[in-house]
Each structure stands twice: as C-alpha cells, then as structure tokens.
Design a protein around this ligand. Structure first.
Ligand code: ADP
Ligand code: ZN
Ligand code: MG
Length: 495
C-alpha cells in the first residue's frame, strides 16, 4: 500500500489588544460580551462620507509580531479595499492589505516531540474585523461591536506535516502574542482563529495534492483532531482511486468530523484596489517603536531556563507557558542569590543548584496545586516572591521538617505573613537539639520495649516506626535525621 504524507499550511487571524479600533476611536474591547451595537460609530459602521484613520498602536504591534517571527518588514506600504457583500461588513468592503503586507518572509521555531523545526511565515498583514451575525429563533441579527477591531492575518508556507506540529505551532504563536502583550489570543473568545489548509501527497514526492480548507477551529484540541480526521478521510478517498475535491470544510465537534461547507466555486472576485482614503505610508518610525518593545520570547526563555537552572524539560515547559509563573520563579531566584551574596555564604555550585531545584519543586508541585484549588494566580500571589524565597531558605537550612514545611506553606497562603514569624508563632521550628530530643527518645523507647528488642535483634526496618513515634510526640518538629541517630545510639548503648 502506498504511504501518504500530509502537507499543511495555516492561516491565523488575531485580534490585537489596542486602546481603540483600527480606523476609528471606538474603544477596543468594550461591549463585546454584554450588549450588541453599543460600541459603534459612523466610521466602523461604514457611513458615507466618513474617513478612516489608521491606528498607529495596531501598526506597531503587528510590526513587533513580525519582528518576533523573523519577518522582513515593508519599508513602505498601503491598504487595499477587498470588496464583497455580506451583512456583517457594513461598508461592502474590508480594508486590508494585499500587494504589500507589512510583514513577510519570516519563520518560527517550534519544539516538537521529534526535535526543533522551523515553519516559514509567508506574510502577516493588517486588516479590520467584521461584525458578528447570530441566528436567533429563525431570524438573523447583526452586532457591529466587533466591526473594525484591528485584525492581523498570518499565513504560513505549507511546512507543517502533522497534527502535533500544527497544534504546537498555534500554541507557540499564542505564547508569543501573550509575551509581547499584542493579544491575549484566547481562542474561545475568538481573539485567535485558526484555519488549516491540508492536502496529501505520496511520500517521497514533491508536488502538492489538492488542498482542503478547514475553518472554525476554536481550540488547539480541535485543530489537532480536525487534521487527524482529515488525513484519514483524504487517505481513504485517494486509496480508493478517488480525487480530493478542493473545498471549504467545517468541524462538527459533537461528531468529531469535518464536513463540506462549500465547494471552491470560481474564485471570488474581490476587486482589490488601493484604499483611496488612506495615503500610503513609510514605516521607519513604526519599526523603531516596535523594536523598543523588549521582551524575552518563549523559545529564548526555554533555552535559558534549561541552561541556567538545570531544570527538567517538563518543568521548564510549565514555567514558560505561564509567564507570570516564570517571572515569579525568577524573582524568587534573584532573592535567593542576593541572600547568598549578602551573607557571604560559601555555596558550592551543587548547593546553589539544589536551592534552585528546591524553589522550582515547591512551586511546581505544592504552590500550583494550592493556587489552582483556591483560584489564586501568580500575577498577584498572596505569597510574595520575597516571602517564598525566605520559605525556601528555611526549608533548605533544615529549620522546619518537610511536614512542617507543608503547614508553613499553607499558613503563608492563608495569612500572607512572613514565614519566619509563622515558624515562631506556630512553633514549627524543627528540633535538632540533642538534649531536647533525648527526652522524647527515652520516652518512646520505654513505651515500645518489644520494638526496641526487635531492633536490637537486627530488624532495622522497625527504626522507621520509632522515628515516626518521635515525630508524633514532637508534633512534627523533630529533625528526623537527628532523631534517627539518637534512637540508634540510645538503643545500642542500652543493649
Ligand atoms: P488560496 O489562494 O487558496 O488562499 P494560498 O496559496 O493563498 O491558497 O495558500 C493558503 C494557505 O494554504 C497557505 O497557508 C499555504 O501554505 C497553504 N497551501 C497552499 N497550497 C497547499 C497545498 N497544496 N496543501 C496544503 N496547504 C497548502
Ligand atoms: Zn467606531
Ligand atoms: Mg490565499
């Protein structure tokens, strides 16, 4: 049987986060979820005689997006009118870019399970969003709140080969948008909308097959599922001697299938022409402004975290995917480094690594768990990075036992107090003082003669039970290492 390979290109629309709409001063973001048609004006509803004025903030943001994706940026460009008639498009045309997109010929590096891969970006251009149609009780109504929002359209080369790559590509785009504060990129809010173009070809051949376009994919999961489904469907069509029809398909989430929406009739005639109401413009000042938006990109952060902190890849991924969390972690580390420096401690590199790993471990196991249970976030954490660093110092130096550490952390979340104060007031200090522990050990030995005898007869396993008893009597404050030593010494001396 012949083997086929998928060829996939993506088209992604992203609403950018600006103060106002693309060509008018209506607020961006107002009224989108509450009431229809409350955030509109004569410009975004296309009244005759109005004049559009391009939003500079949107142009700076798309340029920054292009820079992050290693794109060329046009030094001189303009807008075009794309004519079509649809009720959500009040002007009868969309202002977009055609001949000369602001950004072109870029690429993005993604990390797949088979290693790193580059996806080429064909273009990213600036346009305006349309209104929204809703079908209610057999009637169709239109809301123009969304009309005229700044919209970026990104098109890739057909470099993607499977569902995993497509999903990771979309996730990485979203992360970049968030890191640069260009868009929140929430797919369920329609801020980021992905379309998949997919065809099959016989493995080892060059020429592309006929492609199908899949629209309305509103989550990463669905992007992945639609591609997997479409690969199976197209393979069946071709294997049975049929031909894939060029068409637009939609996704039916309840059935988990793609379905034909419309065959690609004779291509639309959009009658593109240069938008006469907006003069062509030079972009040098915009490029300068965009370049001054500095932020470390996720891919760079991944590499640096692996390198600098020697964490596991999975740990790094969790941190990088939540920028607030990554920032929190790094603030903690810089607090700890300042502490090491100020106290002139002689830390070996191993000890420093251990301290860093301890910080990561408590964040990634305990804090994440407690925060998600309590609906808290790292943007505004009840435990400040200073206090968290202090907590790590306390755990690292053995001032509290691991049981004590759990209690301490919960108290810190509840009260937001300084950990040293909590250790004092709650009596969580681990008792390492031999004299203080000897009394408890003696008591445990007296109360458990049979177990002690077992130990004396060579059953080493029972020591754990006795340590447990010491921990219990000390309400968790005993240092288990030292308790173990004293127990052993006392029992063997009394033999
Ligand atoms: P159209 O003119 O139909 O819009 P484009 O050439 O503009 O097609 O490409 C749209 C998207 O489809 C791009 O992401 C591109 O990489 C992808 N694409 C083009 N040809 C194919 C193909 N044969 N198979 C899969 N994807 C393709
Ligand atoms: Zn408006
Ligand atoms: Mg096209």
């Amino acid at each position: 049987m012949k083997e086929y390979e998928a060829v996939i290109g993506m088209e992604v629309h992203v609403e950018s986060k600006t103060n106002s709409k693309m060509f008018c001063s209506c607020i961006n973001g107002k009224g989108l979820e509450d009431q229809p048609n409350i955030n509109i004006c004569p410009i975004c509803t296309g009244h005759p005689g109005t004049l559009p004025v391009p939003n500079r903030e949107a142009l700076v943001k798309i340029t920054r997006f292009g820079q992050a994706l290693n794109c060329q940026i046009s030094d001189y460009t303009w807008f075009e009118r794309k004519s079509y008639f649809y009720p959500d498009l009040p002007k009868g045309y969309q202002i977009t870019q055609y001949e000369r997109p602001l950004c072109y010929e870029g690429n993005i590096e993604i990390l797949t399970s088979k290693g790193p891969k580059y996806i080429r970006i064909t273009r990213i251009h600036m346009e305006e969003d349309t209104g929204k149609l809703s079908h209610i009780n057999g009637k169709t109504v239109v809301d123009y709140n969304r009309a005229g929002l700044p919209l970026m359209e990104l098109v890739t080369e057909p470099d993607i080969r499977n569902a995993e790559e497509a999903k990771i590509f979309c996730e990485e785009l979203q992360l970049i948008l968030r890191y640069l504060d260009i868009s929140d990129g929430d797919m369920d809010k329609g801020q980021m909308r992905c379309e998949v173009n997919i065809s099959l070809r016989e493995k080892g051949t060059e020429a592309f097959g006929t492609k199908v376009e899949i629209k309305n994919l509103n989550s990463f999961r669905v992007v992945e599922q639609a591609i997997e489904y479409e690969i199976i469907r197209q393979t069946e069509v071709i294997s049975q001697g049929g031909e894939v029809v060029q068409e637009t398909r939609g996704w039916d989430d309840s059935k988990s299938i793609t379905f034909s929406q419309r065959k690609k009739e004779n291509a639309h005639d959009y009658r593109y022409f240069v938008e006469p109401d907006i003069p062509p413009f030079e972009t040098s000042a915009i490029i300068t402004d965009a370049a001054s938006i500095t932020a470390e990109l996720p891919i760079a952060k991944r590499k640096r975290f692996l390198d600098e902190y020697q964490l596991a890849i999975q740990q790094v991924e969790i941190l990088v995917r939540n920028k607030a969390l990554a920032d929190y972690f790094e603030q903690t580390i810089s607090e700890l480094k300042a502490w090491i420096k100020a106290d002139n401690k002689e830390f070996t590199p191993e000890e420093t690594t251990k301290l860093i790993k301890l910080s990561a471990n408590y964040i990634l196991t305990e804090l994440i768990k407690h925060y998600s249970e309590k609906g808290l976030s790292f943007d505004n954490s009840p435990i400040s990075p200073e206090n968290y660093a202090e907590f790590i110092k306390i755990v690292f130096s053995g001032e509290v036992s691991s049981t004590g550490a759990q209690t301490l952390l919960l108290q810190m979340i509840e009260t937001g107090s300084d950990p040293s104060d909590i250790v004092e007031s709650q009596g969580l200090k681990q008792v390492s003082d031999t004299n203080a522990l000897q009394g408890i050990v003696d008591q445990v030995i007296t109360e458990n003669p049979k177990v002690v005898l077992d130990y004396q007869n060579g059953n080493e396993n029972v020591l754990q039970f006795l340590i447990g008893q010491v921990m219990r009597y000390s309400k968790g404050s005993a240092n288990p290492q030292i308790a173990k030593q004293i127990l052993h010494d006392t029992i063997t001396q009394n033999k």
